[in-house]
Write a protein that binds this ligand. Structure first.
Ligand code: FES
Length: 225
């Protein structure tokens, strides 16, 4: 038995799927619980018209979600790349504006009071930090450069031999700085040395005194004690 007109209208007017299925149960019960094939085809036709399964619509929705997600992912990647590039650019700019600075010890520095230096001694305390030897004899204190006048190596003070000996080519210098052996063509250089206002010795490496130019006699080439 086909659907009656009343059953059709009931199905057509079902407001949602739960109502729909309860109507279907009623229809089935009216036929002793049997739901023949032809009936199910008729019901299914009404069902399809009423509740179309728009899978393409769902797919489209899914696609748009995926597209949106992919777009957001690409956007994130794009932003990260942009941030990295910008960061690199600014790092390069900062490095350009503030290049690596080579910190050198000050050229002018105090080394303490004259009494801190023993007569007849070569003081090695400032060799490493300032490349200077401080030498005191009975009359004066001098500041000697630690740079060998041959090719620029750093000689060593040999207390037993009372000389500076250059390890590179064997030049030898007296404690006064005078060269006396090896290839060094001239004595070691002396630096300006004066007393500061507080009574400490001030060494000033910006001013050099060369023996061969007759400068060792100048007042600030040594400190009288
Ligand atoms: S550099 Fe000192 S002897 Fe050559």
């Amino acid at each position: 038995m086909k659907l009656t007109e009343e059953e059709k209208q009931l199905l057509i007017s079902a407001k949602d799927e739960s109502v729909w299925y309860s109507i279907c149960d009623d229809i089935k019960n009216r036929r002793n619980g049997i739901y023949p094939n032809y009936l199910s085809r008729e019901v299914y036709q009404i069902y399809q018209n009423k509740f179309p399964i728009d899978k393409y619509k769902e797919w489209a929705l899914l696609d748009s979600q995926l597209t949106r997600k992919a777009f957001l992912n690409w956007l994130s990647v794009g932003w990260l790349a942009f941030a990295a590039a910008t960061g690199g650019f600014f790092t390069a700019m900062i490095r350009y504006l503030f290049p690596n600075v080579l910190f050198e010890p000050p050229q002018s520095f105090k080394i303490g009071f004259p009494d801190n230096f023993e007569a007849g001694k070569v003081d090695l305390r400032f060799k490493k930090s300032h490349n200077v030897w401080i030498v005191r004899d009975d009359e004066k204190i001098i500041a000697l450069s630690t740079v060998c006048t041959h090719l620029g190596c750093t000689p060593n003070w040999l207390e037993t031999d009372r000389k500076f000996k250059c390890p590179c080519h064997g030049s030898g210098f007296r404690s006064s700085g005078i060269n006396f052996e090896g290839p060094a063509p001239r004595p070691l250089e002396r630096y300006r040395i004066v007393l500061a206002n507080d009574g400490q010795i001030l060494v000033d490496k910006t001013k050099k005194f060369n023996y061969e130019k007759g400068e060792w006699g100048r007042s600030e080439s040594f400190l009288k004690v």
